[in-house]
Design a protein around this ligand. Sequence first.
Ligand code: ATP
Length: 366
Amino acid sequence: LTPPKDRAEAGALRLDRLTKTFTSRSASVTAVDDVSLDVRPGEFITLLGPSGCGKTTTLRIVAGFETATSGGIQLDGAPIDRTPPQRRAMAMVFQSYALFPHLTVGENIAYGLKLRRRPHDDVRTAMQIALTSMNLVGLENRSPHELSGGQQQRVALARALIMQPKVLLFDEPLSNLDAKLRGAMRAEIRRIQRRLGITSLYVTHDQDEAMSMSDRIVVMNKGRVEQVAAPARIYFRPATIFVADFIGRANFIEVAPEDVGDGSAVVHALGNRLTVPAHPAVRAGGAGAYLMIRPETISLEPAAEGGIGTVLRSTFHGHSVDYEVETISGTLQVTEAGPDPARMIEAGTNVAVTLNPDRSYVLNGG
Ligand code: ATP
């Protein structure tokens, strides 16, 4: 398994205004609605969103298992809309692994190359490399059912990689694994993907998975793209309330129109006066803008007088404490990481609230 020789010409994927409408006698559903995306060679991009938002349908159109109603796909500048799936230089890894149960591990991995009638020696060499790099040496004569879930997923990945695709497509590949193994496999997939420099499109509804693996995340909602950006940007600079809410937890406080400027807002909130960056779509003096505050960017201090809120509840998680604080702007979610047991704040305590302007953001609601 070697990295592609010419990186510039290896796996630039373009989705151009893809739309897919499923029509039956009783209804019509637009599963993918005008989705455009440029994936750079070697980039790892995740399609993230709630169930039914169109992630899988988008991936299946790219793979060629589904035909777009309109729009097109290009690979390294050439349209591939009419290219059958097996000729697209792509390989897909599924949630269900989709291994052939009656074939051994080795036969499963070699299957695609044998189908293409590659010389026996070449197949054997490629398989040895695949077995070694996926940590499967010694398991080649086993049946898939004699493997653990993690091993089966590695076989599925080896089977995809041996074809030396330009693009790897992943459809929720880790959802059948337990939490610990899932974490290990995330790192392993990413390590191999980086080493080989294969362009990857990865579907998940797990925001933590998307955050920890991706170069960029595409957040989808109802068939449409809400935002495309690097994980930290998605988290701290969400384009929409939907993105802010879907990725982690967030507090929202409405901002008075007179406080909103172009590119930033001078916000008066919870006893703080802060200059907070704003999304480009937020217009000076515009109504319906909200201040977004992540719970772990807030700090609380017990206040004998002049407190701005009252702690309603505290929940201890070991690594953190969650507080619910009643304020005039509604209930505020606050998370304190690495809590000091001696300084935990009890319910009923009056508190002052400090916000962090750099890690807060102003965006349009609705
Ligand atoms: P999940 O995480 O649940 O798999 P998803 O984001 O991958 O969801 P899709 O599977 O792409 O979503 O489905 C998007 C929408 O299209 C849903 O409303 C779904 O019911 C509909 N849909 C998907 N495939 C078909 C089909 N073959 N015929 C009719 N409707 C479909």
